[in-house]
Write a protein that binds this ligand. Sequence first.
Ligand code: SF4
Length: 448
Amino acid sequence: MAVTGLEIYKLLPKTNCKECGFPTCLAFAMKLAAKQAELKQCPYVSEESKAKLEAASTPPIRLVTLAGEGGKLELGNETVLFRHEKTFYHRPGLFIRVKDSDGVPSIQEKVKAADAFKVDYVGIPLTVDGFAVESISGDPATFEAAVKAVREVSKRPLVLMASSPEAMAAGAKACTGTSPLLHAADEKNWEAMAALAKANKLPLAVRAPTLEKLAELTDKIRQAGLEDLVLDPEVVGYSDTLLALTQVRRLALKKNFRPLGYPVIAFPRTATNGKVDHVVLAAEMIAKYASLIVLDRFDPAEIYPLLVLRQNVYTDPQKPIQVQPGLYEINAPKDDSPVLVTTNFSITYFAVSNEVEGSGWPGWLVVADAEGMSVLTAWAAGKFDADRIAKAMKNTGMEGKVKHRRVIIPGHVAVLSGELEEVLPGWEILVGPREAVDIPNFLKAMWK
Ligand code: SF4
């Protein structure tokens, strides 16, 4: 939980000696609270105050890192309940589960297909994040072979799922050089699992059927010297999941409740009554508040909407996703090809460029710097006006690239036509459609 400047001030010496570089202890406290100064700048803070302040500045939800050969995945370290308060930092990992009982050929076929899955969403590549290998057989050798099989065809991070410490140890042995999450320690096996995680310096998931029991267990494991923990509250169904995951997040952020200050792993398994759709449940977990979600199967039609949802929830609302302003050539345009103008908001850019590309028309797409806003928003904010469009046309050297003098502007800013004729003398301004989807028909009808 963030500490206020006044709370920090109470712990300072209050002598106003200025050695920290600030005129008063209060001024220093305010800078510390804003994270614009460091505690060590004051040489006179007592050890007791230091301990209190350092504890207060510990993140309310611990950052836990999983690592594969091909990259790492950071979980947790969130600071707000709602995205509009600031932003969410670490997207929940989407993992696909495979079972050791399926046999190596079947495991590798599934993992290869999911590992190769990659879609382009407004210029952002979306992929699955890793795999969870589950010991169904209970046999250490079978589990070790399954983990090795996955590692042969994917370099993504892993979750090892086994309730037997012997099987888990065999799985961990097959993961040398990486950092998988061990799932899971429970009331019965926690001592052996904690010892294994500690010996191998690996993060450990902790599983319990209630939040009270979960908190008791994390406390015991922390006292055993393990800090990199992930919570599994064993949730099932829409309402229990929402309730438990929201309680964990609230207790960690609002009450600074350390035993639940960890990322959460969740399994959107279909409930036995068949009334829960696992994709819808996974979507709920993305929105609130899972850090790692293990899906039972890989299906591109299911994973794609989840990846897009996650991308949207975890995009910083204060920083619009944008493309580089400039000139984009579509379908090898020539000097008689149409010239279109739009803004550099990613979704706008991709909507327009995809429609032009799909239409088969060659075209020049001039992308004006509108600070990453969509057409109407940018126009309303004064970021997409006649001067900016003229500047973009000039900077991209459009005059020298085409022999005609016609430029198509978005239908939403038809109002700019008159001004544009003044700042782009010699150019005819064509008002295009309001929606990108109508561009192909517009070009067919209007571009001769
Ligand atoms: S150095 Fe410490 S005691 Fe001196 S003014 Fe700064 S905060 Fe106060």
